[in-house]
Design a protein around this ligand. Structure first.
Ligand code: ATP
Ligand code: MG
Length: 583
């Protein structure tokens, strides 16, 4: 219990850090809110002279002044209300933006292993829902604390000045109200957390359906997906309902408690000892103050719910922000590596699994050589490619490029040395030209892009689009065929012109005609750089300087094509099976 309080306090302090640079707006808003309370109280107080002096005919000039006073005071109330809303929103929208930007840039830097473990839907809901939740809840809480809190203080003060005996009753009720609030608050905190989780599952379920829409239709998964969504949407609804009912119950309970005070005062007021001291104006002011206290009292009980909501959302955001980014502790920067690669006794286990995906892998590729990796599906070939760019960090062993441990390079510098054409190409919803030159910041000319497109055999299909290179290809390249996507990926890698090239099944989606064309281009390309080629079709790697056969994460054979055929072992039988298949 104690521990939790400390936690909330820490979260709150951290949240304050986000508001710091907007504190001027916050201070202005708070002053305006306090002004609001003062104006409201002044309005109630004005009843007293109206009743006791104006209406009794003692000073009739008050009656003439009253209409002007009403207009002035309502106008003043409008001004402070506007200033407080405006300043609060200004601070709030800035804080949301700051949180969202920070989350976004933090997510970009997180290691791949984080995304292996986390639902995209959950992350989307954190950026869109939670970040808003933090500020909308804290904004509401601040308004309630300062505007309604100040109103309560001002009204109670006014009551005391008028008659402290009657006002004391108010304090009899205050502790009871306090206990009610603390009971309610625990419930709010729990519901908020559940609500947030439920929101995450709605986005996850929707996203899964939207992304896998074709599969859903193909396999007749409409029913399953519908049921899944019905379930998660119902859990959001029921959490919202719980929140609403908790709020709905807390309000009448507090108000009923307060009505006891009111009733008690009405009762006391009939006592001669008290009533003799009271003017009608004082009495009306006290009763009006009590009535006016109802709303802020009700509202202030919701503060706890708001704060809990804000804290729950902040905790969920801070958890992501506290996930350590990929370790980028290297300091070495290289412009262009020569391309010597060495892996020494690499053992690697994916963070989400128990069994190592790679077991004591060692090999050496000299600059300019072509190195081939073959092996059954799931044997660990793509995993090796993932490790070279430090998408994951290894358990033990050393990977060096040009004799330097890759952990000593800055991540940007290391990744600059490597161009990958991977099995799963992601294309952005942008033009073909921008996809090929992705993130190169105008480093390349139009001619460069055309040249690599031609080399990658992509220009022929690009030309068929009316807008050519400027065609927008839809989300993840929806307008393109598998082979066309692959050719764009090859063009992209060609353009980067990195000293190390990794081709992971780069030509698997191409017909043999296109493959021959591209192979010729790739052969030229591989001449002056180190390449690691992963291919199922052994015919494409016959000319590799070295071939490594891996199985179940371990090296089982190595040598050149001729040597391995000579050996008449695994590679030999693989190639025999393929040859008979192709006949
Ligand atoms: P293919 O020829 O089918 O592309 P591959 O040799 O490239 O196969 P890898 O992708 O390297 O195989 O996978 C090696 C092993 O690691 C597999 O058993 C796979 O299940 C596992 N694996 C791959 N990616 C991940 C991941 N992100 N998280 C956990 N395990 C993974
Ligand atoms: Mg693979």
């Amino acid at each position: 219990m104690e521990h939790k309080e400390v936690n909330s306090w820490l979260v709150f302090k951290r949240l304050l850090g986000y508001v710091k640079e907007f504190k001027l707006g916050l201070v202005a808003a708070i002053i305006a809110m306090i002004g609001y309370a003062v104006v409201d109280t002044a309005f109630i107080y004005s009843i007293k002279p109206l009743m006791d002096k104006g209406l009794t005919g003692q000073s009739p000039e008050i009656l003439t002044f009253m209409p002007i006073f009403v207009i002035l005071i309502i106008a003043a109330r409008g001004v402070v209300a506007f200033v407080s809303s405006y300043c609060m929103s200004w601070v709030g929208t800035h804080v949301v933006m700051k949180l969202q930007r920070e989350l976004f840039s933090h997510l970009i830097a997180l290691p791949i292993s984080f995304f292996d473990k986390t639902n995209t839907g959950d992350l989307l809901s954190k950026i869109t829902y939670d970040a808003n939740q933090v500020t909308s809840a804290s904004t509401k809480a601040l308004i309630k604390i300062f505007r309604d809190g100040a109103t309560i203080i001002a009204l109670v003060g006014l009551m005391f000045i008028q008659s402290w005996q009657l006002s004391l009753v108010f304090f009899l009720v205050a502790p009871i109200v306090g206990i009610a609030i603390s009971v309610v608050s625990k419930r709010f905190r729990k519901i908020s957390k559940n609500l947030q989780d439920a929101m995450g599952s709605v986005t996850t379920a929707s996203e899964q359906m939207l992304k896998g829409h074709k599969e859903v239709l193909m396999f007749g998964g409409q029913k399953v997906e519908n049921e899944k969504f019905n379930q998660v949407s119902n859990s959001v609804r029921s959490q919202n309902m719980k929140m609403a009912s908790a709020q709905a119950i807390s309000t009448p309970v507090v108000q009923t408690l307060a009505s006891f005070a009111l009733a008690f005062i009405l009762f006391l007021a009939t006592k001669p000892s008290i009533i003799n001291d009271l003017t009608p104006g004082t009495f009306i002011v006290i009763i009006s103050s009590m009535m006016a206290l109802m709303k802020p009292l009700k509202v202030i009980t919701e503060v706890v719910g708001d704060i809990q909501r804000g804290i729950a959302a902040s905790v969920s955001l801070f958890k992501v922000l506290d996930t350590t980014s990929a370790l980028d502790s290297g300091t070495k920067v290289i412009k262009r590596a020569k391309g010597d690669i060495e892996l020494k006794n690499i053992v690697f286990t994916y963070p989400t699994t128990e069994k190592p995906a790679l077991n004591n892998i060692s090999f050496k590729v000299k600059a300019g050589e072509t190195f081939a990796l073959v092996g059954r599906s799931g044997s660990g070939k793509s995993t090796i490619a993932n490790l070279l760019t430090r998408f994951y960090d290894i358990d033990s062993g050393v990977i060096t490029i040009d004799g330097v441990n890759i952990q000593e390079y800055t991540l940007a510098s290391l990744r600059d040395q490597v161009a990958i054409v991977s099995q799963s190409v992601h294309l952005f919803n942008d033009t073909i030209a921008n996809n090929i030159a992705y993130a190169s910041d105008g480093k390349f000319t139009r001619e460069d892009i055309i040249k690599v497109s031609e080399t990658a055999n992509a220009m022929e299909f690009i030309k068929q689009f009316p807008n050519g290179l400027d065609t927008v290809i839809g989300e993840n390249g929806a307008l393109l065929s598998g082979g066309q996507r692959q050719r764009l990926a090859i063009a992209r890698a060609l353009l980067r012109d990195a000293p190390i090239l990794i081709l992971d099944e780069a030509t698997s989606a191409l017909d043999s005609e296109s493959e021959r064309h591209i192979q010729a281009a790739l052969d030229i390309l591989q001449k002056d750089r180190t390449s690691i080629v992963i291919a199922h079709r052994l015919s494409t790697i016959e000319h590799a300087d070295q071939i490594l056969v891996i199985d179940d994460g371990s090296v089982v054979e190595r040598g050149t094509h001729a040597e391995l055929i000579e050996k008449k072992a695994i590679y030999h039988s693989l190639s025999k099976i393929q040859a008979s298949g192709e006949l």
